[in-house]
Design a protein. Structure first.
Length: 250
């Protein structure tokens, strides 16, 4: 009996099993594997798949019903807008299925909400570990969060969440928690949403054509957890040494 785990994926409007051998065949033929976590309606993942037919794009979300419209579109023939290189997986990242472990050359989290938002803002181990589980060593994680969610009226479900800024990534210990679970923070900055080519169409509609949105963009690299911590320690020690050195006269 074959007891190997199978992925639950969308085929049109239905959930079906994807055998590991089928997944492996698709991944082996791909030049690049992008995993979009919390893909929502999967329109962003679909656009990436269409734009890069040589890639495999995997959208992961526990609310599979939201992905059905995109799944139906992706199932068409490529000449009619289909995207055979798009795989939509019904799963939560905190319990990501084993067949997705170590497959991603790139991981994206775009405008998360719910458990995923809490997990990345607070650095919850199950979420950060799930993100690291799908990534190959050296793969970048690109996290984008719209900062307007912390403006009045703040939604009830996030009122206890600290606002994420380049400064609070350090001051709240999020960078340390990322490092402890295998993510070395490479860059954190605030950018206008117009700089995000991958912003979802549903989010753009929510903003409105004339609206502006500032987005926190965090980029981290998948590394060995111990190495990420050691790198942070070395950087901190170097900073302390520099602070302790007397200034030289010009």
């Amino acid at each position: 009996m074959n007891t190997a785990p199978r992925l639950k994926v969308l085929a049109g409007k239905k959930l079906v099993d994807l055998a590991p051998a089928e997944l492996q065949a698709a991944l082996s033929a791909a030049e690049h594997v992008l995993v979009d976590v919390g893909t929502g309606d999967a329109r962003t993942a679909y656009r990436q798949a269409v734009a890069h037919p040589e890639w495999v794009v995997i959208g992961v979300d526990p609310a599979w019903q939201r992905m059905t419209e995109t799944a139906v579109r992706a199932a068409r023939k490529p000449m009619k807008g289909g995207a055979p290189n798009l795989i939509l997986v019904n799963a939560a990242i905190e319990s990501v299925p084993a067949p997705l472990h170590g497959v991603a050359d790139q991981v994206t989290v775009l405008m998360p909400w719910g458990k995923l938002l809490r997990g990345v803002v607070l650095g919850e181990p199950d979420v950060l570990s799930g993100l690291r589980a799908v990534a190959k060593a050296g793969a970048p994680l690109e996290l984008s969060i719209g900062t307007s969610i912390w403006r009045d009226p703040v939604p009830l479900e996030i009122r206890d969440l600290p606002e994420l800024t380049p400064e609070t990534v350090e001051s709240t210990g999020l960078a340390d928690r990322l490092a402890a679970l295998g993510w070395a923070v490479a860059d954190v900055r605030l950018v206008p949403h117009t700089e995000l080519e991958t912003i979802s169409s549903s989010w753009a509609r929510r903003l409105g054509s004339g609206a502006t949105e500032t987005v926190l963009r965090l980029r981290a690299i998948a590394v060995d957890p111990g190495e990420a911590v050691r790198a942070e320690q070395r950087a901190a020690e170097a900073g302390e040494q520099a602070a302790g050195e007397p200034e030289r006269e010009a």
